[in-house]
Design a protein around this ligand. Structure first.
Ligand code: NAD
Length: 454
């Protein structure tokens, strides 16, 4: 099958590489000339496990190509995916200008039937707007060409994107014509040989399902974070509570880890966009608003712990920080808790020496003009002369560190663990002062509970 993908970012490039790996002939389009030039030169602009080898393999086989020419892209694929960004606009609603720009190109250049597939996360009603823009362009050209518009939201996770794409829990297809559904079924057939994973529904429900999924996951995180803060006051350990409730099959273990908040390019913007959708319907999503509020506070939780321990004035203090990416196995720092933590500490006069296995290049761009933030080549090197270690991202390589070395290198053996990587009892044996999130007596300083009941 010939497939075109507009938008060669985390979703577009992974989808393009995976479809090519399944034998399809894929052309990836982007408006970013430097990104396409890098890809054409064999350089992969993002970090995603397994992606580089997959891209190279398929480029070599002639099944994966890159272009900045929208006309060539529209001419290529019977299926035209739109996987461009949908960042928040000024009012928090998703900015649809990129999606509609890509749709307009399709209307401008198509000469025969096309299935236009919204893979970007888009507000309910966007497929109708995409259809409208394409119809407008066709009318302007004075031609009548058949096309279908389908919603096929993407559920892959950065850091495990290839695995998620190749073995999805489900493939949601929102469509209102059977020809498009059959084409979607055929392009996804290769990854559902084991059992049918495609769920076909109406377009609006498909669009909403994507937001609902992210909202549910974020809700679980904020719920646990709020409970973690309470657990600190009560002397209970949120990790034990997690095990206690996760064992209930109705609840399950996923997304129940307390920590220093969620970030990334999806949850924050998608929750804001969903709240905007609700506001447009003159209704309010009370639970979601609380989820966002709890998360904003939770991103500052480590700063609170640091200042309770070292005082509000952090001038002359140096902190080692492990983990910059918003989660492990990605170099994505969009809305990362590390940014809030670094900003908060630097604002109070501290200097930071940070380490991340793959996001250093992102951090270098972000902090190029900030003399207070430096980057270390290894986790241990970040510790030298630091007053304490602050852990923000749960990279695997941080899970079993050399605690003796941590104690020796730090000026004071203090660890603030924003991801509860360590057992408080174990780390105490090494003579390290430990501050986790919601770890009862292993949480260090008691939290300032927002509204303590009498
Ligand atoms: N990143 C994720 O983990 C993830 C997961 C599921 C869904 N999504 C959704 O998928 C969409 C894309 O996300 P992303 O993280 O891949 O974004 P991204 O920012 O990494 O990539 C988007 C790309 O689209 C390009 N672009 C913009 N306008 C274009 C146009 N008219 N034609 C061609 N290319 C154009 C940009 O230059 C950019 O390279 C968003 O709606 C996002 O919410 C993302």
């Amino acid at each position: 099958m010939k497939i075109s993908i507009a938008g060669t970012g985390y979703v577009g490039l992974v989808s393009g590489a995976c479809f090519a790996d399944l034998g399809n002939n894929v052309l990836c389009l982007d408006v970013d000339e430097s990104k396409i030039a890098r890809l054409q030169a064999g350089d992969i602009p993002i970090y995603e496990p397994g992606l580089e080898a997959m891209v190279k393999r398929n480029v070599a086989a002639g099944r994966l190509r890159f272009t900045i020419d929208p006309q060539a892209s529209v001419a290529h694929g019977t299926v035209q995916f739109i996987a461009v960004g949908t960042p928040p606009g000024e009012d928090g609603a998703a900015d649809l200008s990129y999606v509609l720009g890509a749709a307009r190109d399709i209307g401008r250049y198509m000469t025969e039937y096309r299935v236009v597939v919204d893979k970007s996360t888009v507000p309910v009603g966007t497929a109708e707007k995409v259809r409208g823009v394409i119809a407008e362009e066709l009318a302007r050209r004075g031609v009548q060409i058949d096309f279908s518009v389908v919603s096929n939201p993407e559920f892959l996770k950065e850091g495990a994107a290839i695995e998620d794409f190749m073995r999805p829990d489900r493939i949601i297809v929102g469509a209102d014509d059977s020809r498009a559904v059959e084409i979607m079924r055929s392009i996804y057939a290769a990854i559902q040989r084991n059992h049918e994973r495609m769920i076909v529904m109406d377009i609006r429900s498909a669009e909403l399902a994507k937001y609902a999924a992210n909202a549910m996951l974020a809700t679980r995180i904020s719920f646990m974070n709020e409970l973690a803060n309470l657990a600190e006051g009560l002397g209970a350990d949120i990790e034990q509570v997690r095990l206690g409730i996760g064992s209930d099959a109705r609840i399950g273990y996923h997304f129940l880890y307390a920590g220093c908040g969620y970030g990334g390019s999806c949850f924050p913007k998608d929750l804001t966009a969903l709240s905007r959708m609700a506001a447009e319907q003159r209704t309010s999503l009370h639970v979601l608003n609380a989820v966002r509020e709890v998360n904003a506070a939770q991103k500052l939780r480590l700063i609170e712990k640091v200042t309770q321990r070292f005082g509000e004035d952090l001038r002359g203090r140096r902190f080692a920080l492990w983990g910059l990416a918003f989660k492990p196995n990605t170099d994505d720092m969009r809305e990362a808790p590390s940014v809030a933590v670094i900003d908060g500490l630097v604002e109070r006069g501290a200097t930071i020496c940070a380490y991340d296995p793959v996001a250093a290049h992102e951090a270098r761009k972000r902090y190029a003009d900030n003399g207070r933030v430096s980057l270390a080549e290894s986790p241990l090197a970040a510790l030298d002369d630091a007053d304490a270690l602050v852990i923000v991202t749960e990279w695997k390589e941080f899970r079993s560190p050399d605690f003796d070395e941590i104690r020796k290198r730090l000026k004071q053996p203090v660890v603030f663990d924003g991801r509860n990587l360590y057992e408080p009892a174990l780390i105490h044996i090494f003579g390290i002062e430990y501050h986790g999130i919601g770890r009862g007596h292993g949480s260090g300083i008691q939290p300032r509970l927002k509204s303590a009941q009498p």
